[in-house]
Ligand binder design. Structure first.
Ligand code: S3P
Length: 474
């Protein structure tokens, strides 16, 4: 499958895409023995996007260590450069937390009109969060992306940002390419999120920065709070009030006060729990494995998978718990065994929304039935993840049922058949999940296109092979 990468790459992004094309290929994962070793998770994708964006909206210099050097984050960097931020990558291979990135920001409301279309590749987080920044600047900009991103719903950010004063012209449903006619005279709103989405929350809060007065997002179900944490770190006034009576357990009102002076800061990005998940599940389903993944963010609003795996009987210890860059971090020590099927509470979904594909693989190897509900949002990800997972399970002989918003997987406790070829549909998490299935199945599992892995986890196959996996070009 040839990836449709859209048009008009900005120069730094073109470089990333060309290097990626070299890797664009069918991959196969062969059955492996037990996995062993210590590895470091790549930088957190959500936090990396935000570090670049807030650095661009701050005055003075921001430095970032541990930034994810993946294609999605590079797309955000390219877009912010087009708005006037100076972003440099110092390849010093710094100790512990990786290379240094330096950002000289343009300040809240200080971006300039981009001279060309902003090409965001596969990255929904770039598109939705940047929409908040662009709508609150008095110029016109156009965003586009690859075939996956051009299919994804944008109405969810267009609606609140239009209420604040932005104007949008996109394809049907507001899909990309999307023109944004921004304004520096936005009006503050109070907005209740109709879907549990940290991207929508963040887009509104970002627009609220260049808006006089107080902008409030009402969040009935808690979602990842990296934006709130990092905005405070940069000096913004952000008030979070728990409102259980009004909103139910975990409901919050989040208010940002407009026109703060954000000042450059030093940031260390922890490892990504959503990326660590692949190595954790691989080790958990290979009996006899003993793997430690160092430096993994374990923010409770991201750690739902780890709770679920423990419910399934996985042996996962959080070691060396500490704080990195204002986020809780631990080394995850995983020992392999046989998991058991469980019922996953639907209210846990926002804290593990990106992890259902890899959980489905754990469920396929577990003994018994695993029920996952409340998954409607999976249909709006890089691919329709419910359909992609179901097709991949089917191709590899795993008994399951898929509903409109739920998935039921029947494991036997014995290795699944495997032997299938899985279509990844430009979706990195589908690609990595089914490669993990290949390690534990009776026959090898192939994926049609490994290149999307570069969006979030460059070096995935090498890292997994270093632990004892057998992933190679097919
Ligand atoms: C993200 C939020 C989630 C997640 C995505 C990253 C973020 O999306 O799936 O990978 O960085 O805010 P939604 O906000 O659509 O749930």
């Amino acid at each position: 499958m040839v990836r449709d990468r859209g048009v008009a790459f900005l120069p730094p992004f073109r470089e990333a895409v060309l290097s990626l094309r070299a890797h664009s290929a069918k991959l196969v994962a062969r059955p492996a023995g037990r996995l062993q070793g210590r590895v470091c998770a790549p930088g957190d994708k959500s936090i990396s996007h935000r570090a670049l964006m807030f650095g661009a909206l701050a005055l003075g210099e921001t430095t970032v260590r541990g930034l994810l050097d993946g294609e999605d984050v590079l797309a955000t960097a390219a877009a912010l450069r087009a708005l006037g931020a100076e972003i440099t990558h110092v390849r010093d291979g710094g100790p512990l937390s990786g290379d240094l990135w330096r950002i000289r920001g343009f300040g809240v409301g200080g971006g300039r009109e981009p001279a060309d279309v902003l090409e965001l590749g596969n990255s929904g987080t770039s598109a939705r969060l940047l929409a908040g920044i662009l709508a609150s600047h008095p110029f016109t900009s156009i965003m586009t992306g690859d075939a996956s991103l051009r299919r994804r719903p944008m109405h969810r950010v267009i609606e609140p940002l239009t209420r604040m004063g932005g104007r949008f012209e996109g394809r049907e449903g507001g899909r990309l390419p999307l023109a944004i006619v921004g304004t520096d005279e936005m009006v503050p709103i109070e907005y209740r999120l109709p879907v549990a989405s940290a991207q929508v929350k963040s887009a509104i809060l970002l627009a609220g920065l260049n808006t006089a007065g107080e902008t409030t997002v009402v969040e009935p179900e808690p979602t990842r709070d990296h934006t709130e944490r990092m905005l405070r770190h940069f000096g913004a006034e952000v008030r979070v009030v728990l409102a259980p009576g009004e909103l139910g357990d975990g409901g919050k009102r989040i208010t940002v006060v407009g026109w703060p002076e954000l000042l450059g800061r030093d940031i260390v990005v922890p490892g990504d729990p959503s990326s660590a998940a692949f190595a954790v599940v691989a080790a958990a389903i290979r009996p006899g494995s003993d793997v430690t993944i160092e430096n993994v963010g374990v923010n409770p609003l991201r750690a739902g998978l780890y709770q679920t795996l423990r419910d399934m009987g996985a042996d996962i210890a959080f070691e060396n718990e500490r704080e990195v860059g204002g986020e809780p971090v631990a080394d995850l020590h995983v020992k392999g065994g046989v998991l058991k099927g469980v019922e996953v509470p639907p209210e846990r979904a926002p804290s593990m929304i990106d992890e259902y594909p890899i959980l489905a693989i754990a469920a396929a190897c577990a003994k018994g039935t695993t029920r996952m509900q409340g998954l409607a949002e999976l249909r709006a990800k890089e691919s329709d993840r419910l359909a992609s997972v179901s097709a991949g399970l089917f191709a590899n002989g795993v008994k399951h049922e898929m509903g409109l918003a739920d998935l039921v997987v029947h494991g036997t406790g014995a290795p699944p058949a495997g032997g299938g070829l899985v279509a990844t549909h430009l979706d990195h998490r589908i690609a990595m999940s089914f490669l993990v299935l290949g390690l534990a199945a009776r026959e090898p599992v192939a994926i049609d296109d490994g290149s999307p892995i570069e969006t979030s986890f460059p070096g995935f196959a090498q890292l997994m092979n270093g632990l004892g996996a057998r992933i190679e070009a097919a």
